[in-house]
Design a protein around this ligand. Sequence first.
Ligand SMILES: *[C@@H]1O[C@H](CO)[C@@H](O)[C@H](O)[C@H]1NC(C)=O
Ligand SMILES: *[C@@H]1O[C@H](CO)[C@@H](O)[C@H](O)[C@H]1NC(C)=O
Ligand SMILES: *[C@@H]1O[C@H](CO)[C@@H](O)[C@H](O)[C@H]1NC(C)=O
Ligand SMILES: [Zn+2]
Length: 423
Amino acid sequence: MGCCVSSMSAHSHRFALVTVVGVATAWQAQILSCSAGPVSARNVRRLLSFQRYLHSSRFIRGIPASNPLGYILDDDYTGQAKLMLEKVGNWNFDMFLFDRLTNGNSLVNLTFHLFNSYGLIELFQLDMVKLRRFLVMIQEDYRSLNPYHNAVHAADVTQAMYCYLQEPKLAETMTSCDLLLGLLAAATHDLDHPGVNQPFLIKTNHYLAALYKNSSVLENHHWKSAVGLLRESALLSHLPTEDRSERLGSLILATDISRQNNYLSEFRTHLDKRDLCLTNGRHRHFILQIALKCADICNPCRPWKLSKLWSEKVTEEFFHQGDIERKHHLEVTPLCDRQSNSVANIQIGFMTYVVEPLFVEWSRFSDTRLSQTMMGHLSLNKQGWKEGRDKQEANTSRASEEQRTSAAKDSNSKELPQGSKRS
Ligand SMILES: *[C@@H]1O[C@H](CO)[C@@H](O)[C@H](O)[C@H]1NC(C)=O
Ligand SMILES: *[C@@H]1O[C@H](CO)[C@@H](O)[C@H](O)[C@H]1NC(C)=O
Ligand SMILES: *[C@@H]1O[C@H](CO)[C@@H](O)[C@H](O)[C@H]1NC(C)=O
Ligand SMILES: [Zn+2]
């Protein structure tokens, strides 16, 4: 598991990219000497497999919140959802709203719509029934109890991927095969995500960590799950196999953030040399990988209202992991510790050291209005979190100052004249 920080500038070095990406040689060293014995690890594993059981129970998962106004409202919702799909290429697309309007079916409805509008169904002679069934299986294999890594995130990433595929450089060069794989990879890239990160799976001896030898454990699992569902649905069984599974895997594996610097330095080199040639299939595949990486971490580039909601959700998931760790006396992952972190701080670090470097290069590659819009939001959102944090800090220090002053007044009211300031 290589987290290569060598290409990062000195000032960003001190930041625990390690923390943000939850990688960590340092972290693993701690795990090795971690006092958490096999007993508590086994407990956690049991807990996780119970959660898995719970989540995978179709009785619990598949049921959307019941709609008291019944089908009349459903019709209205469907109409509104259709209207939204007419503007599916808008960067302001509100996936939370779309998910409500489709009764929790955002991933199915969006992906089906995109397949249809790209003409992929006719071109690849896809069976509509199989396609729907396949998409429903995908949607159901995301765990709806995860605050962040659920089907709505997958739908959002798929929508962002579509926006990137529509950018001139890609739209002019991507083949139908590329489009099919790009959308499939986006829709499945976090399939069956357990809601905890790789270091957690490793230190609790989760079977997935052993299966994938501690390396891109989650991403391998997402990929293999996707291949499993493709096979089960027989959606593409009439097409030549070629290297479809491998390409799908290579796209999904690219979303492993601990490997971001490898992709980033390759991307930079290409851009510096100006040698990307999108008639070349290998180069197109590389750009698809980068596009999917961008789509996966584009939350901070969305309008504030949406961006903030995603941030709160991902932090909730991190903190939930931290709570499990504390409860089971495991080392609490720094990023997951609600006692020492705030949404604002996590976001500012994420934006500065993970998102910005990637989108700066993407904007060099595709210097369009969309890229400018994304960079604009990124900068505003970062400002937003900074202002929030500063206000909070000012408030906290004012509050504690007041507390101290009034405590001092209480205990020392005779010695301290009114209005005197303690330094
Ligand atoms: C959304 O998907 C569900 C499940 O496949 C389907 O019943 C519904 O008709 C779809 N709605 C739209 C607007 O496509
Ligand atoms: C994975 O990491 C754990 C904990 O560091 C270690 O005990 C185990 O041997 C590793 N497995 C492999 C296949 O490297
Ligand atoms: C500041 O503190 C007060 C009381 O402690 C609280 O009511 C208020 O919401 C806080 N404002 C901010 C911006 O955190
Ligand atoms: Zn993701």
